[in-house]
Design a protein around this ligand. Structure first.
Ligand code: NAD
Length: 277
Protein backbone atom coordinates (compact mmCIF):
# COMPACT_ATOMS: atom_id res chain seq x y z
CA UNK A 1 0.00 0.00 0.00
CA UNK A 2 1.70 3.25 -1.03
CA UNK A 3 0.91 6.90 -0.37
CA UNK A 4 -0.61 7.14 -3.80
CA UNK A 5 -2.87 4.13 -3.40
CA UNK A 6 -6.25 5.02 -2.10
CA UNK A 7 -9.85 4.61 -1.20
CA UNK A 8 -11.47 2.14 1.06
CA UNK A 9 -14.25 0.03 -0.32
CA UNK A 10 -17.54 1.37 1.12
CA UNK A 11 -18.62 -2.16 1.97
CA UNK A 12 -15.57 -3.00 4.03
CA UNK A 13 -17.20 -2.55 7.43
CA UNK A 14 -19.37 -5.55 6.67
CA UNK A 15 -16.22 -7.61 6.62
CA UNK A 16 -15.42 -6.71 10.19
CA UNK A 17 -18.11 -9.03 11.38
CA UNK A 18 -19.70 -6.88 14.10
CA UNK A 19 -22.98 -5.04 14.34
CA UNK A 20 -22.82 -1.34 13.52
CA UNK A 21 -24.81 1.68 14.68
CA UNK A 22 -23.29 3.85 11.93
CA UNK A 23 -22.20 6.41 14.52
CA UNK A 24 -19.39 7.65 12.28
CA UNK A 25 -21.14 7.40 8.93
CA UNK A 26 -19.80 10.00 6.48
CA UNK A 27 -16.80 10.86 8.67
CA UNK A 28 -13.14 10.59 7.69
CA UNK A 29 -10.38 9.99 10.20
CA UNK A 30 -6.66 9.36 10.45
CA UNK A 31 -5.26 6.76 12.83
CA UNK A 32 -1.69 7.33 14.02
CA UNK A 33 -0.11 4.45 15.94
CA UNK A 34 -0.90 1.01 14.56
CA UNK A 35 2.18 -1.24 14.75
CA UNK A 36 0.59 -4.70 14.60
CA UNK A 37 -2.58 -6.64 15.38
CA UNK A 38 -2.18 -6.12 19.14
CA UNK A 39 -2.04 -2.31 18.84
CA UNK A 40 -4.85 -0.51 20.64
CA UNK A 41 -5.01 1.78 17.59
CA UNK A 42 -5.84 -1.21 15.36
CA UNK A 43 -8.87 -2.07 17.51
CA UNK A 44 -9.90 1.60 17.37
CA UNK A 45 -9.48 1.72 13.58
CA UNK A 46 -11.63 -1.38 13.16
CA UNK A 47 -14.35 0.01 15.44
CA UNK A 48 -14.37 3.29 13.46
CA UNK A 49 -14.68 1.40 10.17
CA UNK A 50 -17.46 -0.73 11.65
CA UNK A 51 -19.29 2.51 12.50
CA UNK A 52 -19.06 3.73 8.91
CA UNK A 53 -15.97 5.98 8.95
CA UNK A 54 -13.43 6.12 6.17
CA UNK A 55 -10.05 5.60 7.80
CA UNK A 56 -6.53 6.46 6.66
CA UNK A 57 -3.39 5.31 8.47
CA UNK A 58 0.09 6.58 9.12
CA UNK A 59 2.85 4.06 9.72
CA UNK A 60 6.33 4.35 11.18
CA UNK A 61 8.63 2.94 8.50
CA UNK A 62 8.64 0.03 6.07
CA UNK A 63 8.65 -2.74 8.68
CA UNK A 64 5.40 -1.44 10.19
CA UNK A 65 3.96 -1.00 6.70
CA UNK A 66 4.48 -4.73 6.05
CA UNK A 67 2.54 -5.52 9.26
CA UNK A 68 -0.24 -3.17 8.20
CA UNK A 69 -0.50 -4.70 4.75
CA UNK A 70 -1.05 -8.12 6.33
CA UNK A 71 -3.76 -6.71 8.62
CA UNK A 72 -5.49 -4.91 5.74
CA UNK A 73 -5.50 -8.10 3.72
CA UNK A 74 -6.96 -10.13 6.59
CA UNK A 75 -9.82 -7.65 6.95
CA UNK A 76 -10.22 -7.14 3.20
CA UNK A 77 -9.41 -3.41 3.51
CA UNK A 78 -7.65 -1.19 1.00
CA UNK A 79 -7.11 2.00 2.96
CA UNK A 80 -4.96 5.04 2.31
CA UNK A 81 -1.70 5.03 4.27
CA UNK A 82 1.33 7.28 4.54
CA UNK A 83 4.75 7.02 6.19
CA UNK A 84 5.28 9.17 9.30
CA UNK A 85 7.87 9.30 12.04
CA UNK A 86 6.44 11.94 14.39
CA UNK A 87 9.90 13.13 15.44
CA UNK A 88 10.80 14.18 11.88
CA UNK A 89 9.53 17.59 10.75
CA UNK A 90 10.08 16.83 7.06
CA UNK A 91 7.95 13.67 7.33
CA UNK A 92 5.23 15.62 9.16
CA UNK A 93 5.15 18.18 6.35
CA UNK A 94 5.16 15.49 3.67
CA UNK A 95 2.44 13.41 5.37
CA UNK A 96 0.33 16.53 5.96
CA UNK A 97 0.44 17.44 2.28
CA UNK A 98 -0.33 13.87 1.16
CA UNK A 99 -3.29 13.58 3.55
CA UNK A 100 -4.64 16.98 2.47
CA UNK A 101 -4.42 15.91 -1.17
CA UNK A 102 -6.17 12.64 -0.36
CA UNK A 103 -8.99 13.87 1.87
CA UNK A 104 -9.25 17.66 1.65
CA UNK A 105 -10.93 17.65 5.05
CA UNK A 106 -10.99 15.17 7.91
CA UNK A 107 -13.29 14.83 10.94
CA UNK A 108 -10.99 13.24 13.49
CA UNK A 109 -7.61 11.80 14.30
CA UNK A 110 -6.20 9.39 16.89
CA UNK A 111 -2.84 9.88 18.61
CA UNK A 112 -1.71 6.44 19.85
CA UNK A 113 2.02 7.01 19.85
CA UNK A 114 4.51 6.55 22.67
CA UNK A 115 8.13 5.57 23.05
CA UNK A 116 10.80 5.41 25.74
CA UNK A 117 14.12 3.59 25.79
CA UNK A 118 13.86 0.11 27.29
CA UNK A 119 16.39 1.00 30.01
CA UNK A 120 14.22 3.93 31.18
CA UNK A 121 11.22 1.65 31.86
CA UNK A 122 12.50 -0.04 34.98
CA UNK A 123 14.83 0.56 37.89
CA UNK A 124 15.19 3.84 39.74
CA UNK A 125 13.49 6.89 38.20
CA UNK A 126 16.28 9.08 39.55
CA UNK A 127 18.58 7.50 36.95
CA UNK A 128 16.50 8.82 34.02
CA UNK A 129 18.90 10.25 31.42
CA UNK A 130 18.49 13.68 29.85
CA UNK A 131 18.47 12.04 26.46
CA UNK A 132 15.86 9.44 27.47
CA UNK A 133 13.67 12.13 29.01
CA UNK A 134 13.76 14.27 25.85
CA UNK A 135 13.06 11.31 23.58
CA UNK A 136 10.04 10.15 25.61
CA UNK A 137 8.62 13.70 25.65
CA UNK A 138 9.26 14.26 21.95
CA UNK A 139 7.62 11.05 20.71
CA UNK A 140 4.89 10.70 23.31
CA UNK A 141 3.83 14.27 24.07
CA UNK A 142 5.14 16.93 21.68
CA UNK A 143 3.87 14.82 18.79
CA UNK A 144 0.27 15.66 19.79
CA UNK A 145 1.05 19.35 19.20
CA UNK A 146 2.81 18.60 15.90
CA UNK A 147 -0.09 16.45 14.65
CA UNK A 148 -2.71 18.98 15.79
CA UNK A 149 -0.88 21.75 13.93
CA UNK A 150 -0.77 19.56 10.84
CA UNK A 151 -4.45 18.51 10.98
CA UNK A 152 -6.05 21.76 12.24
CA UNK A 153 -6.45 23.27 8.75
CA UNK A 154 -8.15 20.05 7.65
CA UNK A 155 -10.70 20.17 10.49
CA UNK A 156 -11.40 23.84 11.16
CA UNK A 157 -14.09 24.33 8.55
CA UNK A 158 -16.47 21.66 9.91
CA UNK A 159 -15.01 21.03 13.37
CA UNK A 160 -13.33 17.84 14.49
CA UNK A 161 -12.42 15.45 17.26
CA UNK A 162 -8.97 14.47 18.50
CA UNK A 163 -8.17 11.65 20.92
CA UNK A 164 -4.83 10.90 22.58
CA UNK A 165 -4.19 7.74 24.62
CA UNK A 166 -2.66 8.13 28.08
CA UNK A 167 -2.17 5.98 31.17
CA UNK A 168 -2.75 6.33 34.93
CA UNK A 169 1.03 6.50 35.46
CA UNK A 170 0.69 10.19 34.54
CA UNK A 171 -0.78 11.07 37.92
CA UNK A 172 0.07 8.10 40.18
CA UNK A 173 3.43 6.45 40.62
CA UNK A 174 3.24 3.14 38.76
CA UNK A 175 6.32 1.01 39.36
CA UNK A 176 8.64 0.90 36.30
CA UNK A 177 6.53 3.29 34.20
CA UNK A 178 9.02 6.03 35.16
CA UNK A 179 9.85 8.51 32.37
CA UNK A 180 6.73 7.52 30.44
CA UNK A 181 4.56 8.64 33.39
CA UNK A 182 6.07 12.10 33.13
CA UNK A 183 5.56 12.12 29.34
CA UNK A 184 1.91 11.12 29.83
CA UNK A 185 1.42 13.94 32.38
CA UNK A 186 2.69 16.34 29.72
CA UNK A 187 0.46 14.72 27.10
CA UNK A 188 -2.65 15.19 29.24
CA UNK A 189 -1.82 18.83 29.92
CA UNK A 190 -1.03 19.36 26.23
CA UNK A 191 -4.48 18.00 25.34
CA UNK A 192 -6.16 20.54 27.66
CA UNK A 193 -4.24 23.47 26.13
CA UNK A 194 -5.04 22.25 22.62
CA UNK A 195 -8.72 21.85 23.57
CA UNK A 196 -8.76 25.48 24.69
CA UNK A 197 -6.84 26.68 21.64
CA UNK A 198 -8.91 24.90 19.02
CA UNK A 199 -12.28 25.03 20.78
CA UNK A 200 -13.38 28.14 18.87
CA UNK A 201 -13.02 26.10 15.67
CA UNK A 202 -15.21 23.37 17.19
CA UNK A 203 -12.23 21.03 17.32
CA UNK A 204 -12.49 18.90 20.46
CA UNK A 205 -9.48 17.28 22.13
CA UNK A 206 -9.88 14.50 24.70
CA UNK A 207 -7.70 11.91 26.35
CA UNK A 208 -8.65 8.28 26.85
CA UNK A 209 -6.75 6.43 29.56
CA UNK A 210 -6.98 2.64 29.27
CA UNK A 211 -5.93 0.13 31.89
CA UNK A 212 -2.97 -2.11 31.00
CA UNK A 213 -3.30 -4.10 27.76
CA UNK A 214 -0.71 -6.52 26.39
CA UNK A 215 0.84 -4.82 23.31
CA UNK A 216 4.29 -4.36 21.82
CA UNK A 217 4.90 -1.11 23.73
CA UNK A 218 3.63 -2.59 26.99
CA UNK A 219 6.04 -5.52 26.69
CA UNK A 220 8.90 -3.02 27.17
CA UNK A 221 7.77 -2.31 30.75
CA UNK A 222 9.40 -4.50 33.41
CA UNK A 223 6.98 -6.93 35.13
CA UNK A 224 4.05 -6.01 32.86
CA UNK A 225 2.37 -9.43 33.30
CA UNK A 226 2.37 -8.86 37.06
CA UNK A 227 0.63 -5.50 36.46
CA UNK A 228 -2.07 -7.26 34.44
CA UNK A 229 -2.57 -9.86 37.14
CA UNK A 230 -2.79 -7.29 39.93
CA UNK A 231 -5.19 -5.14 37.91
CA UNK A 232 -7.51 -8.09 37.27
CA UNK A 233 -7.63 -9.03 40.92
CA UNK A 234 -8.41 -5.57 42.34
CA UNK A 235 -10.27 -3.56 39.66
CA UNK A 236 -13.97 -3.08 40.55
CA UNK A 237 -15.04 -5.01 37.42
CA UNK A 238 -12.54 -7.81 38.26
CA UNK A 239 -11.15 -8.13 34.76
CA UNK A 240 -8.55 -6.63 32.43
CA UNK A 241 -9.76 -4.08 29.92
CA UNK A 242 -9.70 -5.05 26.23
CA UNK A 243 -8.58 -2.94 23.28
CA UNK A 244 -12.11 -3.32 21.87
CA UNK A 245 -13.61 -1.74 25.00
CA UNK A 246 -11.22 1.20 24.63
CA UNK A 247 -12.17 1.41 20.94
CA UNK A 248 -15.89 1.74 21.65
CA UNK A 249 -15.23 4.70 23.95
CA UNK A 250 -13.18 6.30 21.16
CA UNK A 251 -16.07 5.80 18.72
CA UNK A 252 -18.26 7.79 21.13
CA UNK A 253 -15.67 10.59 21.40
CA UNK A 254 -15.19 10.76 17.63
CA UNK A 255 -18.95 10.82 17.11
CA UNK A 256 -21.37 13.73 17.43
CA UNK A 257 -22.83 12.10 20.56
CA UNK A 258 -19.92 13.66 22.48
CA UNK A 259 -20.20 17.09 20.81
CA UNK A 260 -20.07 19.05 24.10
CA UNK A 261 -17.12 17.14 25.59
CA UNK A 262 -13.62 18.56 25.27
CA UNK A 263 -10.46 18.80 27.37
CA UNK A 264 -11.53 15.69 29.30
CA UNK A 265 -9.66 12.67 30.54
CA UNK A 266 -11.77 9.52 30.38
CA UNK A 267 -10.61 6.32 32.05
CA UNK A 268 -11.47 3.02 30.38
CA UNK A 269 -9.99 0.84 33.07
CA UNK A 270 -12.74 -1.21 34.72
CA UNK A 271 -12.77 1.37 37.52
CA UNK A 272 -9.17 0.79 38.65
CA UNK A 273 -8.35 4.53 38.89
CA UNK A 274 -11.02 5.02 41.58
CA UNK A 275 -9.22 2.80 44.08
CA UNK A 276 -7.17 4.17 46.98
CA UNK A 277 -4.59 1.38 46.64
P1 NAD B 1 1.90 -0.20 20.19
O1 NAD B 1 3.34 -0.53 20.34
O2 NAD B 1 1.07 -1.10 19.41
O3 NAD B 1 1.73 1.28 19.63
C1 NAD B 1 2.68 2.31 19.82
C2 NAD B 1 2.79 3.00 18.50
O4 NAD B 1 3.66 4.12 18.59
C3 NAD B 1 3.37 2.09 17.39
O5 NAD B 1 2.48 2.05 16.30
C4 NAD B 1 4.65 2.79 16.99
O6 NAD B 1 4.93 2.65 15.60
C5 NAD B 1 4.30 4.23 17.34
N1 NAD B 1 5.49 5.07 17.42
C6 NAD B 1 6.50 5.01 18.33
N2 NAD B 1 7.44 5.93 18.02
C7 NAD B 1 6.98 6.59 16.90
C8 NAD B 1 7.48 7.64 16.08
N3 NAD B 1 8.67 8.21 16.35
N4 NAD B 1 6.76 8.04 15.01
C9 NAD B 1 5.56 7.47 14.72
N5 NAD B 1 5.03 6.46 15.46
C10 NAD B 1 5.74 6.03 16.52
O7 NAD B 1 1.37 -0.10 21.70
P2 NAD B 1 -0.01 0.38 22.33
O8 NAD B 1 0.01 -0.16 23.70
O9 NAD B 1 -1.14 0.06 21.43
O10 NAD B 1 0.20 1.95 22.45
C11 NAD B 1 -0.68 2.92 21.87
C12 NAD B 1 -0.90 4.05 22.85
O11 NAD B 1 -1.67 3.56 23.94
C13 NAD B 1 0.37 4.63 23.45
O12 NAD B 1 0.24 6.03 23.59
C14 NAD B 1 0.42 3.98 24.83
O13 NAD B 1 1.16 4.72 25.77
C15 NAD B 1 -1.07 4.00 25.15
N6 NAD B 1 -1.47 3.12 26.25
C16 NAD B 1 -1.15 1.80 26.25
C17 NAD B 1 -1.53 0.99 27.31
C18 NAD B 1 -1.17 -0.46 27.35
O14 NAD B 1 -1.23 -1.04 28.43
N7 NAD B 1 -0.83 -1.08 26.23
C19 NAD B 1 -2.26 1.54 28.38
C20 NAD B 1 -2.58 2.90 28.35
C21 NAD B 1 -2.18 3.69 27.28
Amino acid sequence: MSDAQTIQKPSQKENLNMSSSNLLKGKKGIIVGVANKWSIAWAIAKACIREGAEIGFTYQGERVLRNLEKLFKEENLEPFSVNLDVTKDEELTQAGETIKKQYGQIDFFLHAVAFAKREELGGEFVNTSRDGYHLAQDVSSYSLIALSKMFKPLMEEKGGSVIALSYLGSERVVKNYNVMGVAKAALESTARYLAYDMGSKNIRVNVVSPGPIKTLSASGIDDFSKMLEHFRSVAPLKKNVSAEEVADTCVFLFSDLSRAITGELIYVDCGYNTLAM
